[in-house]
Design a binder for this molecule. Structure first.
Ligand code: ATP
Length: 297
């Protein structure tokens, strides 16, 4: 659906935000995972035609057997695109209904009846119908993000890009939001950029991990997890012993359980007595790739 080849971008301050990024993004939910500063937003903004790349290509299947050049044919991409930026702002004194209507006009829905139908349908889809006449300033974070999705879906996009949408949402709102995304992902390509690993585990049949502008891994989460099988070990350690473990082993993560650190270590063999093998999860994959990249760097 979306083919990205060797996309690079260096900002004026010398930061390589995108370093030969190559990705194939199919229909459905695609998770783009990476820590702060990985380059996720730079990639999202480039695909959303809001900033230029220095080199490389990105093309989108146009649904009619052809491909749209995202970097050159911006108007054509915008007709197929829905975008929810990281810092989506709303006019606080306007109702959800009025602002969505306004966005619909901007999107080119000029026929009044048709526009009303689309807007009403979207407000129902994102579960904001009952509060459509309330001012957006009084909306919770989750409601605001669902409104953000409604505006992204105007014009029936084939590519939907959402940039870190679940940051700051409470667990219930987050679930609700992710379920909504999953429904949308049944018909179109949805790129979900996030630093929350579970967002990807729970939802995305395919994904990529980025760090410092580079793609470290791409594929199916289940395959990436399978590749770590029998190589992740767990141990509860004394606080005083933690430093030694961090020095001697490839520690993927440290978590306090009942006040004591529990570490996950990546190793082909049992690192030492007291370690038990655990089934790897996507968080182990994520940290293993980041550690490996840091080591190589
Ligand atoms: N306009 C800009 N000018 C200079 N440097 C920038 C600019 N935008 C981003 N950067 C830098 O480029 C790198 C990648 O940033 P980007 O926002 O794409 O990462 P990210 O993965 O989305 O991180 P975050 O989760 O913090 O948004 C960072 O080092 C950032 O400081």
């Amino acid at each position: 659906m979306l083919a990205i080849r060797d996309l690079s971008k260096t900002y004026a301050n010398g930061v390589h935000a995108l370093d030969h990024v190559t990705l194939d993004i199919p229909r459905g939910m695609f998770g783009l995972l990476g820590p702060n500063g990985a380059g996720k937003s730079s990639l999202m903004r480039t695909l959303a035609t809001l900033q230029e790349a220095d080199s490389g290509t990105a093309t989108l299947d146009d649904g009619k057997g052809g491909r749209i050049d995202i970097l050159r044919d911006k108007d054509a991409v915008r007709r197929q695109l829905g975008y929810l930026p990281q810092d989506f702002g709303v006019y606080p004194k306007v109702s959800a209904l009025d602002l969505l209507e306004h966005f619909a006009v901007l999107k080119g829905l000029v026929d009044r009846r048709q526009r009303r139908e689309v807007v009403d349908g979207l407000l129902q889809q994102v579960n904001l119908w009952d509060v459509r006449k309330r001012k957006l300033g009084g909306f919770s974070g989750g409601m605001r993000q669902r409104f953000g999705i409604a505006q992204a879906l105007l014009g029936d996009p084939r590519l939907v890009i959402v940039d870190e949408p679940t940051a700051g949402l409470d667990p219930e709102e987050r679930n609700r939001f992710l379920n909504l995304l999953a429904e949308i992902g049944e018909n179109v390509a949805v790129i979900l950029s996030t630093h929350i690993v579970e967002d990807v585990t729970d939802l995305c049949p395919s994904m990529a991990i980025m760090n410092k502008g580079k793609v470290l891994l791409t594929g199916r989460p289940a395959d990436a997890i399978g590749a770590l099988e029998q190589q992740v070990w767990r141990k509860q350690v004394e606080k005083a012993d933690l430093e030694r473990c961090l020095r001697e082993f490839t520690v993927l993560s440290t978590r306090l359980v009942g006040g004591l650190p529990v570490i996950h270590v990546f190793s082909a063999e049992r690192p030492e007595d007291g370690f038990e093998q655990v089934a790897p999860d996507l968080e182990d994959v994520y940290f293993q790739r980041l550690r490996q990249h840091a080591k190589a760097a």
